[in-house]
Design a binder for this molecule. Sequence first.
Ligand SMILES: Nc1ncnc2c1ncn2[C@@H]1O[C@H](COP(=O)(O)OP(=O)(O)OP(=O)(O)O)[C@@H](O)[C@H]1O
Ligand SMILES: [Mg+2]
Length: 188
Amino acid sequence: MPESRAQGGASEGRARARDAEPRPLTGGSVEDYIVGKQVGQGAYATVCFGLHKETNRKVAIKIYDKYKLMDPQRRKSVRSEIHLMERMRHPNIVIFHEALDTPKQIFLVMEFVGGGSLHHFLKKRPGRRLDDQLAKRIFFQVCQGIRYMHERNIVHRDVKLENLLLDEQGVVKIIDFGFSTEVCRHGS
Ligand SMILES: Nc1ncnc2c1ncn2[C@@H]1O[C@H](COP(=O)(O)OP(=O)(O)OP(=O)(O)O)[C@@H](O)[C@H]1O
Ligand SMILES: [Mg+2]
């Protein structure tokens, strides 16, 4: 688990409280960001580290090449990914900032989660095991995020270790809403 940051003074405490609820970056354009090195690769998208120039905020930018989205179903699923992420705001779900359309690519800008995936984290543990306390703490956070989604009729459909990231404080952040969907709830 990434180390918690050392406790600071009152102003640092206030800054931390602000960090916990960062305001999404919106209304921007691609020029507002410096696109850095690649941090992930999937079937349809590449994820890069990014920096919001004006605020110096770290972001992750999921980049879809439009030529890979010829299939209308794929385009629909990217639209749905954006729409669903826009609707969610929870401490255990990655914060979505904005979607940017360029002639050749679609950028999904979100908070950068810097502690690596649970997959990576487990690989480093002896015997790939967690002690009960830590497993409980992590599982609880995953459940909190999933409960929040389900209360909004959103189902992730791809919950796995690679899609559960840890931030620098060890907080779980659920990512990757590429397979997610909204369901109708009958009789409730
Ligand atoms: N917000 C983020 N902060 C840091 N790293 C991220 C973030 N989002 C994604 N990544 C990295 O990029 C990888 C790929 O991202 P993601 O899971 O969203 O794409 P994918 O698996 O290609 O998705 P899809 O299934 O929609 O094609 C993740 O496993 C993770 O390592
Ligand atoms: Mg993924």
